[in-house]
Ligand binder design. Structure first.
Ligand SMILES: NC(=O)c1ccc[n+]([C@@H]2O[C@H](COP(=O)([O-])OP(=O)(O)OC[C@H]3O[C@@H](n4cnc5c(N)ncnc54)[C@H](O)[C@@H]3O)[C@@H](O)[C@H]2O)c1
Ligand SMILES: N[C@H](C(=O)O)[C@H](O)COP(=O)(O)O
Length: 339
């Protein structure tokens, strides 16, 4: 019923991530430390969560759901679980290839539930890409997984802190393949999707986007690489004529300084390790990873599986809390827009 405040709370699906990593730890500790203004459903094996809670010495009220509509408003110390069974009991810190299908199943069910509008958003704790790939599946990231599942023609990976937003033209690509992937089409698709979502999901009327060059010193007038002259500059010029506010391409080594960042809404890096180390240096543990360009809302943490910390109680849950809150905000905004 529309008047019921519980029914107006968004339903957020949270996957367990890699069971041997810190995903279960940070879910348990985050949901134990505060109440979130949402209905939270964990897609996981309840036994995994019970075992990890016991290892961490946490007392958690675990409720196993038989259907998502049974979920109630989140309360501190409570977790509602939609069960998906692991193939094998997990030992914290020990990757097991037999549980890789379980991890993929949690993602599949989260995406399907969102596409069916049973969930309003997905939050993903980290998965271990290597162990998933060892099964023979090519898994380069959640970004590409949900892109394929949603049949989205182009998506954008953007990580954000309070201080800065960094988006990427290419995502999980070997460095040797990056240059060939920097094309008029890829740059235009990413910038248009980024500009649109900065307007619609972040309420920025005319986003100002700083664009990195690809080469050192943005190519030094062609002496250190020609991608800027041949591809990036002409593409940005065309997009500017369509009304976009783009600065650029700037040398990446000095773009990430207050002089430029203070006056802009987002930085666009050409590849993963050009932009993300800066963002993670400035805000590791407090950043959110958002996939733009999907028909569903998906946020994630800014860190990996930290296998070394699983079950130790030393994993920081800050980024998960930020990712959950962002998903709630975006889901609430989406509901307002759809009215
Ligand atoms: N969202 C995701 O699914 C995601 C994100 C990044 C990396 N990964 C995957 O995670 C795996 C491991 O990657 P990695 O070793 O490069 O990065 P990592 O983030 O797991 O670990 C890097 C370092 O940061 C520490 N660390 C990470 N998260 C922490 C936290 N919450 N609290 C305290 N310390 C933390 C680790 O202990 C380690 O020292 C890889 O398979 C990678 O692909 C997944
Ligand atoms: N590129 C992300 C990072 O470094 O934090 C990470 O690999 C996660 O990517 P997906 O959200 O695509 O799994």
């Amino acid at each position: 019923m529309a008047n019921n405040p519980v029914e107006s709370l968004p339903i957020i699906a949270i996957t367990s991530g890699e069971p041997a990593g810190i995903g279960p730890d940070i879910i348990l500790s985050a949901l134990n430390e505060q109440a979130f203004p949402a209905r939270l459903i964990i897609l996981a094996d309840p036994q995994l969560l019970k075992d990890r809670a016991s290892t961490l010495g946490l007392t958690v009220d675990t409720r196993t759901l038989s259907h998502s509509h049974e979920v109630s408003a989140h309360q501190q110390g409570m977790i509602s679980v939609l069960p998906i069974q692991q193939a094998k009991q997990t030992i914290a810190g020990v990757l097991d290839i037999e549980n890789a299908p379980y991890v993929l199943e949690t993602l599949k069910q989260a995406g399907e539930g969102c596409l069916r509008k049973e969930f309003d958003a997905i939050v993903t704790p980290p998965v271990h890409k290597g162990i998933l790939c060892e099964t023979g599946v090519h898994f380069s990231g959640h970004t590409e997984f949900f892109q394929a599942q949603c049949k989205s023609p182009h998506v954008v990976m953007m990580l954000a802190t309070e201080a800065m937003k960094v988006a990427l033209v290419t995502t999980h690509l070997p460095l040797k393949d990056v240059s060939a992937a920097i094309t008029e089409q890829s740059i235009s698709l990413v910038i248009n999707a980024l500009n649109q979502d900065l307007q619609e999901k972040f309420g920025i009327t005319k986003p100002k986007i700083l664009v990195c060059g690809l080469n050192p010193h943005a190519g030094e007038d062609g002496h250190l690489g020609r991608e800027e002259i041949d591809v990036i500059i002409p593409t940005l010029d065309k997009l500017r004529q369509e009304g976009l506010d783009l600065v650029s391409p700037l040398p990446a080594d000095t773009l990430f300084t207050p002089k430029y960042l203070n006056d802009a809404d987002c930085a666009l890096a050409m590849y993963h390790d050009q932009g993300l180390p800066v963002l993670k240096y400035s805000g590791f543990g407090n950043a959110v990873n958002i996939t733009l360009g999907l028909p569903i809302i998906r946020t994630s943490v800014d860190h990996g599986t930290a296998i070394d910390l699983a079950g130790t109680g030393k994993a920081n849950n800050g980024s998960l809390k930020v990712a959950i809150q962002h998903a709630i905000n975006m889901a609430n905004n989406a509901k307002k827009f759809s009215k």
